[in-house]
Design a protein around this ligand. Sequence first.
Ligand SMILES: NC(=O)c1ccc[n+]([C@@H]2O[C@H](COP(=O)([O-])OP(=O)(O)OC[C@H]3O[C@@H](n4cnc5c(N)ncnc54)[C@H](OP(=O)(O)O)[C@@H]3O)[C@@H](O)[C@H]2O)c1
Length: 324
Amino acid sequence: MKAIICDSFGLPSNLKYQEVADPVPAADEVLIQIKACSVNFPDTLIIQGLYQYKPNFPFSPGSDVAGVIEAVGENVKGFKAGDEIVALIPHGGFAEKVVAKAKTCIPKPPGMDFVQAASFLMAYGTTYYALKDRARLKEGETLLVLGASGGVGLTAVELGKLMGARVIAAASTPEKLELCKQYGADETILYNDEDLKKRTKELTEGKGANVIYDPVGAHYAEPALRAIAWEGRYLVIGFAAGHIPKIPLNLALLKSCQIVGVFWGAFAQKFPGKNMQYMMQLLMWFNEGKINPHIHATYPLAEAPKALEEIMARKVKGKVVIRV
Ligand SMILES: NC(=O)c1ccc[n+]([C@@H]2O[C@H](COP(=O)([O-])OP(=O)(O)OC[C@H]3O[C@@H](n4cnc5c(N)ncnc54)[C@H](OP(=O)(O)O)[C@@H]3O)[C@@H](O)[C@H]2O)c1
């Protein structure tokens, strides 16, 4: 099969498109013919050796796949060859085939195409867990979303509205904010030009945002936290801007607020039943037309490095997807 291969850490231009052996499923695994794999920010980190874990070389990046089962291991129940599924895998998705633990696979809804399906699990899964479980977002509360047009950010705008919040979207360009409005944002902040803390306070009559969703970090984090409401919840999602901020803890004391970590991948592993329940809710909302991933662009497998470069250049709105 063909695959995008990382054989030493480096930039996307360091990746190779080459022929490799087909993977073989273990007893509890399925072999998937990949139809689409979305690109997530962690894919840009894993190839550079900057992610939380480092796979052995050679490996393919890509964790959010949709495809058709080609074969199943001897202990697999509930799936068979020909089933259309979505799966979240540690890596290996930028390839024609991959093996996945059967327990991590979910049947693909018939009304969802492969590109949409590959864009779904990580982005919506992370955000629903963050807003429902970690922030306990309530109807009528104000939600401030940083990096609001990005892969996870746009799902926070969309799910925040669906859960009854008033949503303030913050992003770096007017075009990005326009997309956020289309996804339901009530207010917008151009955070590279406007004062994030001051604008958030103005838009909330001085009270601040009840919940802040932060996938960006760096110099955006502290001004956002300074604009949190009394007993607010600050969701630590990620650090796409590159730098992990250090926060003065007196800010948490002064607002009686919580700084809350969110690690959806670990949650999904530790609590597969609860995660599946959340996924079923999300898939139901998709089937009802209430949520819909925004696809910025698709690329053929051989051009996957370009897709990674686009994410790193901050050019993507919503999701970019590799078609296999
Ligand atoms: N905690 C979890 O369980 C979990 C799960 C999934 C993802 N994440 C993390 O969430 C973050 C976002 O992931 P994603 O897939 O949504 O990424 P993405 O689509 O690339 O979105 C990231 C956003 O960050 C903003 N940004 C600011 N500075 C940037 C820079 N120097 N380079 C790139 N983007 C920059 C961009 O918006 P503006 O241009 O508008 O600033 C961009 O839209 C990542 O750190 C990822 O690791 C965490």
